[in-house]
Design a protein around this ligand. Structure first.
Ligand code: C2E
Ligand code: C2E
Ligand code: C2E
Length: 91
């Protein structure tokens, strides 16, 4: 089970996201642009998303939330500090 909690703030780095190959980042990039459009929030370098959205994205990518978190860190889309807040590799 995932250790993502209500105190976990997920902040996507939009510059890193924009420089990834479309075949890998495509679904995430579309998800993020949809949220930006819904909020009318187009000028940020980062985008805070709901913890619930990470679960939806994990389903889209056919991974557990922890696996997706690790992938997002590899891609540079999440800061490595996220490992500890999501309990990645923890007990
Ligand atoms: P909604 O879910 O009905 O939220 C309406 C408004 O409540 C939002 O308008 C925002 O001002 C505020 N709000 C709701 N939850 C939060 C929150 O956790 N933090 C903050 N700071 N404000 C919150 P906004 O931003 O114009 O968004 C309009 C609609 O766009 C939202 O309606 C929702 O349907 C969608 N949306 C926006 N951001 C996200 C997101 O990160 N994930 C998802 N799944 N939907 C989002
Ligand atoms: P924070 O949430 O730690 O965000 C720090 C900075 O990251 C923000 O500075 C902003 O430049 C950027 N940022 C974070 N999430 C987003 C995002 O989804 N879209 C965009 N465009 N930028 C984002 P800023 O704007 O000076 O805000 C400073 C602090 O004020 C924020 O720290 C947060 O604690 C609070 N804050 C600002 N706007 C809102 C808001 O709409 N709702 C809530 N709940 N807090 C807000
Ligand atoms: P969360 O749902 O995990 O959302 C994390 C952050 O994503 C929010 O931090 C906010 O920066 C951004 N966010 C999420 N949904 C929206 C949205 O609809 N519009 C905008 N502009 N930003 C959004 P924030 O605001 O510091 O909120 C922290 C937590 O507090 C949220 O975590 C959620 O659990 C709760 N919360 C805040 N506002 C609302 C709300 O209006 N309705 C509900 N149900 N929960 C809220």
């Amino acid at each position: 089970s995932s250790a993502v909690t209500s105190s976990t703030k997920i902040v996507l780095n939009l510059e890193s996201l924009g420089s990834l190959p479309a075949d890998e980042a495509g679904p995430l990039a579309r998800y993020a642009s949809t949220i930006q459009a819904q909020r009318h929030d187009y000028n940020g370098k980062v985008l805070s998303i709901r913890a619930e959205d990470l679960k939806s994205l994990a389903i889209i990518y056919d991974m557990s939330p922890d696996e997706l978190t690790s992938r997002l860190i590899e891609w540079g889309v999440l800061s490595p500090g996220m490992e500890s807040v999501v309990g990645f590799g923890g007990p």
